[in-house]
Write a protein that binds this ligand. Structure first.
Ligand SMILES: *Cc1c(COP(=O)(O)O)cnc(C)c1O
Ligand code: SF4
Length: 523
């Protein structure tokens, strides 16, 4: 950019001045308005009045064909304002750069998010936005199940009154008679369990409510045909309770219990039909395997659901892991703060902090819709996030639940505002034929997730993953080709190609004179 210091003139400003130059008619109304704006630009203190004046001059030219000379302004007067603008602006931005480029560029970019902004609260209301309706649902469910507030607000009260048969469910939420018949048929084979709290998130009058879809199994689960592949663990379990894909990370499945059972659960084979707490002997064997393998650095405590362990067992387990020198990081996999936030008590928070002080703890959760973030779950995540390194989310991309930009974008923004960082979005797995009807094509997911670049805060963009014997990223390659020492990149938000000069290989590979290497050779 060349800058004529005297006039604050750069290429952008010259282009702008050329565009707005010329005579023509001077409609009285416009002339009076421009005279006012000019006075404000000359006498005002900031840059905004100058920007408004030039914006109005350009509008007069574009809309009425009238150049600035028609309104009696001289090029010298305009140049004086250009110089004033550059002088005021901390970053030496010129009038041409601001009016001619930056504001134009934003005007072109803004439509990328217009559709999302228009639809997000309609298509994907959060549990915070739906809170009044949820409170009504809670009042109804409390009455049906005869629960007092103390019972409702306690974890044991929620679990003890979990809804696991369709008759009770039908009293708590609206279900058509033929749906009840099918759910009865499915639940003869697959277990259903919703905490009363989670059931209260289901919107009335929405046939395929996304929380309903996650919690209440439908006929497809038994009607889908196909071969069930063996549970992932059977060929990835080098020791009791352990799943291992990677040399330095292991998952320990410490329980098969969850507060609610997801209709899309990958671990359906482990969850089985009966809740089981595992023995200390089993835990001991898993811990022995970890202790004997010095490569293992990061241990993921999962299940089932890690928060289904009681505080005593959780403290013991984390304590044992913290005694192993090579275990530096821990993760706890849990959906409980979403489905039963009442579990997050002060003792649990103390346990998390205690272990986090010894080595980072991350809580990894699963939230699939903004609807699952309520004032109550948000508070639970806020409390947890103050005591651990990070709270991360692993969502599953599912038909009708979060398979659109408004739904998925709203999810990542809502959880981020609830102190949770989007981490992974899984393409719903092919392994269990029960879930075939929930699956979304890989490319659809790429549009949704990659469309986030440039339109969503970078730290709210999850990685899109296929679970295929380990987690394989599905992201599109933005590197188009190499050309004359440059890399041609594609901007994900506009498709526009841009040339990015690469490091010079000869320089990179020659380290004889690199930095301090060149010194001290004379002695
Ligand atoms: C998901 C998973 C991990 C952790 O993988 P990251 O990519 O580190 O999040 C480790 N082990 C098993 C068995 C897993 O399923
Ligand atoms: S919380 Fe996780 S393990 Fe439990 S049912 Fe849901 S998906 Fe399965």
């Amino acid at each position: 950019m060349t800058l004529d210091n005297e006039a604050g003139l750069d290429g952008f400003t010259r282009d702008l001045l050329d565009e707005i130059a010329g005579g023509g008619t001077a409609p009285a109304g416009t002339a009076a308005e421009l005279a006012e704006l000019h006075k404000a630009a000359e006498q005002g203190e900031g840059t905004a009045p100058i920007v408004r004046f030039f914006g109005a001059l350009r509008a007069a030219k574009r809309e009425q064909g009238s150049g600035y000379e028609a309104f009696g302004f001289s090029r010298e007067q305009l140049l004086a304002l250009c110089a004033k603008h550059v002088q005021i602006d901390e970053h030496c931005v010129t009038v041409g750069g601001r009016v001619g480029r930056a504001l134009e560029v934003m005007a072109q970019a803004n439509p990328r998010v217009e559709e999302y902004l228009a639809l997000k609260d309609v298509e994907a209301p959060s549990g915070i936005e739906l809170w009044d309706q949820i409170l009504e649902n809670q009042a109804r469910i409390k009455k049906v199940l005869k629960l007092d507030d103390a019972t409702w607000n306690s974890f044991s009260g929620q679990l003890g009154n979990a809804i696991n048969d369709v008759e009770t469910l039908a009293k708590c939420i609206d279900l058509p008679a033929d749906a009840i018949r099918d759910v009865t048929r499915v639940t003869a084979k697959y277990r259903m369990r919703l905490t009363p709290y989670y059931a209260s998130l289901i919107q009335r009058g929405v046939a395929n409510d996304p929380v309903l879809l996650q919690a209440v199994p439908t006929a497809e689960m038994v009607d889908n045909v196909g071969l069930e592949l063996p549970p992932v663990a059977s060929d990835h379990s080098p020791a009791r309770l352990i799943d291992q894909f990677y040399p330095r990370v292991v998952a320990v499945k410490v329980t098969n219990i969850c507060a609610m059972y997801c209709t899309h659960c990958l671990r359906i084979a482990h969850i089985g039909n009966a809740d089981r707490t595992f023995s200390k002997k089993a835990y001991g064997e898993a811990l022995d395997y970890i202790a004997a393998n010095e490569r293992i650095r990061d241990v993921l405590i999962t299940g089932g659901d890690a928060f289904m362990l009681n505080n005593e067992n959780l403290r013991w387990l984390l304590g044992r892991l913290d005694e192993i020198d090579h275990v530096r990081m821990k993760r706890l996999g849990t959906r409980v703060p979403v489905t039963t936030p009442q579990r997050v008590d002060s003792e649990l928070l103390d346990i998390l902090e205690e272990s986090n002080d010894k080595g980072p703890v991350r809580v990894v959760t699963q939230i699939n819709t903004a609807q699952e973030i309520t004032p109550v779950s948000k508070q639970a995540f806020k409390d947890i996030s103050r005591r651990v390194m990070a709270v991360l989310n692993q969502a599953v991309l599912m038909r009708g639940i979060n398979d659109s930009k408004p739904k998925m974008w709203k999810l990542v923004e809502t959880i981020q505002e609830a102190y949770v960082r989007p981490y992974y979005v899984f393409n719903c797995s092919y392994r269990n034929p029960q879930y075939t009807h929930m699956r979304v094509p890989v490319e659809k997911g790429r549009d949704i997730i990659e469309g986030m670049y440039g339109n969503i805060s970078g730290d709210a963009i999850p990685r899109y993953i296929a679970a295929a014997g380990g987690k394989v990223p599905l992201h599109r390659d933005n590197l188009v080709r190499h050309e004359d020492g440059k890399v041609i990149l594609r901007k994900p938000w506009s498709g526009e190609e841009t040339a990015y000069p690469d490091a010079v290989p000869e320089l990179y590979n020659d380290d004889t004179d690199f930095a301090f290497n060149k010194y001290g050779k004379d002695e």
